[in-house]
Design a protein around this ligand. Sequence first.
Ligand SMILES: *[C@@H]1O[C@H](CO)[C@@H](O)[C@H](O)[C@H]1NC(C)=O
Ligand SMILES: *[C@@H]1O[C@H](CO)[C@@H](O)[C@H](O)[C@H]1NC(C)=O
Ligand SMILES: *[C@@H]1O[C@H](CO)[C@@H](O)[C@H](O)[C@H]1NC(C)=O
Ligand SMILES: [Mn+2]
Length: 688
Amino acid sequence: MKRKQKRFLQMTLLFTAALIFLPDIGLWSLYKEKHLVKPADPAEPQTIPLGLGDGQLFIWTDGLKRKDWHDYESIQKDAMRSGKGEHGKPYPLTEEDHDDSAYRENGFNIFVSNNIALERSLPDIRHPNCKHKVYLEKLPNTSIIIPFHNEGWTSLLRTIHSIINRTPDSLIAEIILVDDFSDREHLKEKLEEYMVRFAKVRIVRTKKREGLIRTRLLGASLARGEVLTFLDSHCEVNVNWLPPLLNQIALNHKTIVCPMIDVIDHNHFGYEAQAGDAMRGAFDWEMYYKRIPIPPELQRADPSDPFESPVMAGGLFAVNRKWFWELGGYDPGLEIWGGEQYEISFKIVPKLDHSLTRAVGKKEKRKKRRKEKKRKKKKEKRKEKRREEKRREEKRREEKRREEKRKEKKREKENNSILKTKSHSFTCLLTTFQVWMCGGGMFDVPCSRVGHIYRKYVPYKVPSGTSLARNLKRVAETWMDEFAEYIYQRRPEYRHLSTGDISAQKELRKHLKCKDFKWFMAAVAWDVPKYYPPVEPPPAAWGEIRNVAANLCVDSKHGATGTELRLDICVKDGSERTWSHEQLFTFGWREDIRPGEPLHTRKFCFDAISHSSPVTLYDCHGMKGNQHWSYRKDKTLFHPVSSSCIDCNPAEKKIFMNRCDPLSETQQWIFEHINKTVLEKFNSKASS
Ligand SMILES: *[C@@H]1O[C@H](CO)[C@@H](O)[C@H](O)[C@H]1NC(C)=O
Ligand SMILES: *[C@@H]1O[C@H](CO)[C@@H](O)[C@H](O)[C@H]1NC(C)=O
Ligand SMILES: *[C@@H]1O[C@H](CO)[C@@H](O)[C@H](O)[C@H]1NC(C)=O
Ligand SMILES: [Mn+2]
C-alpha cells in the first residue's frame, strides 16, 4: 500500500510539474539554446504571466517582452476542414481535368484552383521547433503589397483569404493589390466589389503596363505600414508566417527577411516544401539565381533559426519601409518590359465601402439585372455551342494534345526557365548586393512559410532579351566593381550595351557609404566561388565527341531537358544542315558534360538514370551524381554511379548506357581537344 501511495504521489507531482512547465516549453527551449551558445551566462529568464491562458508574456535577458503569436483558433479551424485539396493535398484529377485550356490563360490549372476552397487548410510543415517559438510582443505592422497582372480569379482570392485567415489582424496595416494593367474582366469591378468585405484591402491600378518592379514600387510608395511585405498574387501563406519575419526586422531594422517558399503544384495544387528546403541563395557569373547548401560554419544549433543568405530566395520578402526608401527602393530605371522613359503613373481606386455602394444602389440594381440577363443568354448559347463543339473537339483534342504536350515541354523548359530565372535574378541581385554592401543583412526565416504556384509557363508576353541584359548590366556596373568583368567574359555581348544613366545609383552608393563588392565576396558570399568560381578552371576535354566504330559524332540538336543524344554525321566531315547540329561539348571541372564551348556552355548536362537508359540532356544540378562522368584512358565514357559506359548503335544512331566493354569500339569516344593534366587529375581523384 505504501509503495502504491508513493507512486501515486510521484505521478501526481510529475503531472502537476508537467502542467506548470508545459506552457513554458518555448521559453525552456530558448533558454537551452542560449545556454549552448553562452554557457557562462548567469542571467536566467524570467516569466511574467499576465493573467491566465492566452497572452502569456516572456521577458528574455535583453529585457524585451515576447509572446506566443500562434492563432490557435484559426489553427483548430483549419484542422477541422475536410474536402478536396484540403490540408494541401493534391486534388484528385481525372483525365478531363487536364484540359489544356485550363492552363493556357494562367500557366497553372485554374480548373483545379476553382474547385478547391478559397480558405483551404495547409499542412504545417515547419520545423517542429517553430511551434514553441516566442516573438516580440510589440511587432511593427506591415503593408502587404501584392502586384498582379491578369491573375486568375480564385488564385488571387485564395492569396487574400489565406493572408486574412493566418495573420494576426493587428499586424496588418493594409493589403495593397497593385494591378499592372490587367485586361481580364474579373479583375475590374468584380474584384473591387468582392474586396469590399475586407476593410484593409486597397486596390491600385497602373495606367499602362509597368512591369513587376515599378508595380511593386507603386505599391510601396502608397504603403503606410512600418514594414513592407511583398507577396505574389498566387500564394498561400502558412501557419504563423508573419510574426517571425517582423520579429527579425524589429530586432534590427536594416534587415531584409524572406520566408521559405514552398511549392504549390501548378497542376494538382498539392503543397510541398522545395527540394533541398533550407539553402543559401547564391548566383553564378552570368547572374543566374542559384541555391547552395548552408556551410557548416553557418549552421545553427537550432536549424529553425533565421540564417544569412547572400541572395534573396525569391520575390517574396519583408523590409522596413523607411529603410527601404533610404536604400532608394528599387532602381526605377530598371525596365522589365523594355519600355522607354517611364514615370510612375497611376490611378488610385478609392476604397469602396458599404455606404458608397448603397448610395449607388439603384444604378447597381439595374446593372445587376442587365448582367443577369446577359449571363442567362450567355449560358444558353454556351450550352448549344458546347454540344456542337464537343464532337468536333474531341477528335481535334487528341491530336492536339499529343502535339502540344511535346511543344509545351519544350517551350516551358526553354522559355520559362531561362527567362523567368533571369528576370527573377536581377531583381534579387540588385536588392541583395545593395542590402549587404550598404550595412544591412538578409535572412531566410525557416519558421515563416509561404506557398507559391510556380507556373508551368508565363502566360503573357515575356520581356525581350535586350532589356534584361540592360538591367543586368545596370546592376553589374553599379554594384559589382571589378567583378563585373567576370560577367562580361561569359557574356561578351553585354560589354558594349548601353545601361542608360546610372549616376544617381552610383551617387546613392557613395552617399550611403556602401562597402565594395570585394568586401561582399569576402564577408558574405565567401562560399559562392566554391560552387561558381569567377574564373572557370580549365576543362579536361572539349569539342566534338566522335565514336570510333561509327565515325559519327554525338549531337544534341540544341535540345533542352529530356532530349536524347544521338549520333550524326560530324559537322567537320561536311554534314549539310549545320544549323540544326550541336556537336561541341565541354567536359568541365565539375566533371559533367555540357553542350557548348568551354566559356559558353549551356546549362544542360549529359544525364543517365540507369545502366541501360538512353543518355539525355537534363538541367545541370552540379552535384555530380548521375551527371558525373569519367573519360578513361581506354576512351570509354564511364558513368561511376551506374558503373556502366556510353555505348551506341551506329545503324540506328542511338546512344545509350551499357555494360562496359573496353574492347567494343562502339564504346570508344574521341574528344577533339584534351587537357592531359586536368584529365589525369580527375582520374587520379576517382581512383584514390
Ligand atoms: C502601424 O504602426 C504605427 C506605429 O505604431 C501606427 O502609427 C499606425 O497607426 C499603425 N497603422 C495601422 C494601420 O495600424
Ligand atoms: C517563347 O515562347 C513563345 C511561344 O509561347 C515563342 O513564340 C517564343 O519564340 C519563345 N521564346 C524563346 C526565347 O524561346
Ligand atoms: C591545361 O590545364 C592546366 C591546369 O591544370 C593549365 O595550366 C593549362 O593552360 C591547360 N592547357 C590548355 C591547353 O588549356
Ligand atoms: Mn509567381
